[in-house]
Design a protein around this ligand. Structure first.
Ligand code: KG4
Ligand code: ZN
Length: 329
């Protein structure tokens, strides 16, 4: 079974073809970063219009890259949310029309949960899995108990981790998106020159908070600290918070693996230091290949295939869900 995955929730137009074994045959991501750079962030209406122009050629390119005929596609999976309403609707309308015209089954996929499934492209999922998804829009700690069952253990109470990276980068005058720029400049910095405050857990909760860290980083910079030192200290503080929450979850659940996914997991420093810290606990860090950390459609197809195998079928009236509540895969 080959699945066509479609992703248009934010500023990447993406299509991919993935086999039932989780092998990626083709994956194309058409980024809109250049388009939104001038605004310092994603403009929803502009994003939706660009998806409309790009989606059809992106799907065609992914099919070409896979070297298959369209008749070999057996399933269509599409992001139904969370994300920007207009952007999501472009992907959904396309996916529905494509599936209907070819008589194919369709499944709707939760973008945040799909990020975690990027770690299972070419790898087996062993339920229950503990997963930290840290992206530009979300930071959630999940227990994946099956394709249709993702339990939220903790989430950010304010900014998402990636959002904090982006805002700190802007404050330091680095540009957008901020994650890779902070990571690069932090290599030249000393994290001990201006350490940032420890964000203590709220009792009994595994929730995160990144807004205060972002403000503290901005203030250190305004007080005259160098951008490289501030960036290095910020990364250390993000790592410390991730570690403190995941350690508790690992202990509570007796987890042997931690999936680290979402755009922020493209950060080599965080990946390496997390893996180092978890190894003595006998816990393995499982992360997607770097290029599947950030938004892509292979992860949508991967979760779509798992949902389909579990019996999931989208109803005709499948609609965009910009905010998914209660949280479901
Ligand atoms: O998962 P993603 O591509 O899109 C969302 O679903 O939000 O994540 C994008 C976020 C951005 O905030 C970006 O700054 C962050 O991921 N990011 C990084 C790195 N690369 C991307 N954050 C930290 N370090 C990186 N190397
Ligand atoms: Zn994402």
């Amino acid at each position: 079974m080959i699945c066509l995955g479609i992703e248009t929730s934010c500023d990447e137009t993406a299509a991919a073809l993935v086999t039932g074994e989780g092998q990626v045959l083709g994956s194309v991501v058409a980024s809109q970063i250049d388009l939104h750079e001038a605004f310092g962030g994603v403009v929803p209406e502009v994003a939706a219009r660009r998806h409309l122009e790009r989606l059809s050629p992106t799907v065609r390119r992914a099919i070409e890259e896979a070297g298959i005929g369209p008749e070999e596609i057996g399933l269509v999976a599409v992001t139904r949310g969370p994300g920007l309403a207009g952007a999501l609707m472009v992907g959904l309308s396309f996916a529905k029309a494509y599936a209907f015209a070819r008589g194919l089954p369709l499944v709707g996929v939760n973008h945040v949960v799909a990020h975690a499934y990027a770690a299972f492209l070419g790898a087996e999922v062993r339920y229950p899995e503990l997963a930290l998804v840290a992206s530009g829009g979300h930071t959630v700690l999940l227990q994946l108990r099956g394709p249709q069952d993702a339990l939220v253990l903790g989430r950010s109470r304010d900014d998402a981790a990636g959002e904090a990276f982006d805002k700190v980068a802007r404050a330091l005058g680095l540009g957008y998106p901020g994650g890779p720029l902070i990571e690069a400049i932090a290599r030249e910095g000393d994290p001990l020159r201006c350490p940032l405050p420890v964000v203590r857990p709220i009792e009994g909760s595994l929730d995160f908070s990144f807004s205060g860290l972002k403000t503290a980083a901005q203030q250190r910079f305004l007080a005259g600290e160098g951008p490289a030192d501030v960036a290095a200290a910020f990364q250390e503080a993000v790592l410390a918070q991730i570690l403190s929450r995941t350690r508790v979850a690992i202990e509570r659940l007796g987890a042997r693996r931690l999936v680290f996914a979402g755009g922020v997991s493209a950060n080599g420093f965080l990946r390496e230091r997390l893996a180092q810290a978890l190894a003595p606990l006998g816990v393995e860090l499982v992360a997607p290949p770097m290029h599947f950390s950030t938004d892509n459609a292979a992860m949508i197809a991967r979760l779509g295939l798992a949902l389909y195998a579990a019996g999931e079928r989208a109803p005709r009236e499948l609609n965009a869900e910009p905010v998914i509540h209660p949280f479901k895969p």
